[in-house]
Design a protein around this ligand. Sequence first.
Ligand code: DX5
Ligand code: ZN
Length: 215
Amino acid sequence: MPIIAPSLLSANFNNLQADCNMLNESQADWFHLDVMDGRFVPNISFGPMIIEFIRKTTTKVCDVHLMIEEPEKLTEQFKNAGADILSVHIEACKHLHRNIQQIKSLGMKAGVAINPHTPVESLQDILADIDLVCMMSVNPGYGGQKFIPHTYEKIKTLRKMINERGLNVHIEIDGGVTLENAQAILAAGADVLVAGNTVFKSADPKATIAKLKSL
Ligand code: DX5
Ligand code: ZN
């Protein structure tokens, strides 16, 4: 069964508590929290303060996806806000290995996120040190975009790299996941599905999460 990680980016911030409650009652496994700085990506979302509030609403895993430059400067703040998993972008880190060590030394699980143009082979020398790869299947910055089909090949290659080395690394697919393409994404070798629009814009978000979970 896949891990389902709804992205709160598409939640109703006018009543965030209600959406957190809905996720708590649903079969969602993780809360996917998208942090954007207006520099690494062209959009700004929310930061540690909002995550601290969300943390208080749930005991589920808080999976924080940092789309920010110089993530090392804020790593501790995100730990204090309650992040369980912290992912940084390979494209934003000059010293990725150091960033990963920092995240792990603070007691969080560490993830590396990669943009659509970044080859999975660039993860070769960090793969053994991380818990998760957040593979972007859209260009980061906005919810509700269309899934880039080339991602399927990247998932297959990464799954092979992980299995050949006997590693235990999640492959999380982020962007444009729908009820129509989720099965193919999992068949290619992913095990974590992020879904923003598909969950929050559906008529019955809990039922949609249940459908994704049953795949
Ligand atoms: C995009 C974010 C995603 C996004 C997913 O920059 O990282 O997590 O919110 O949203 P959907 O599922 O709507 O593409
Ligand atoms: Zn994300």
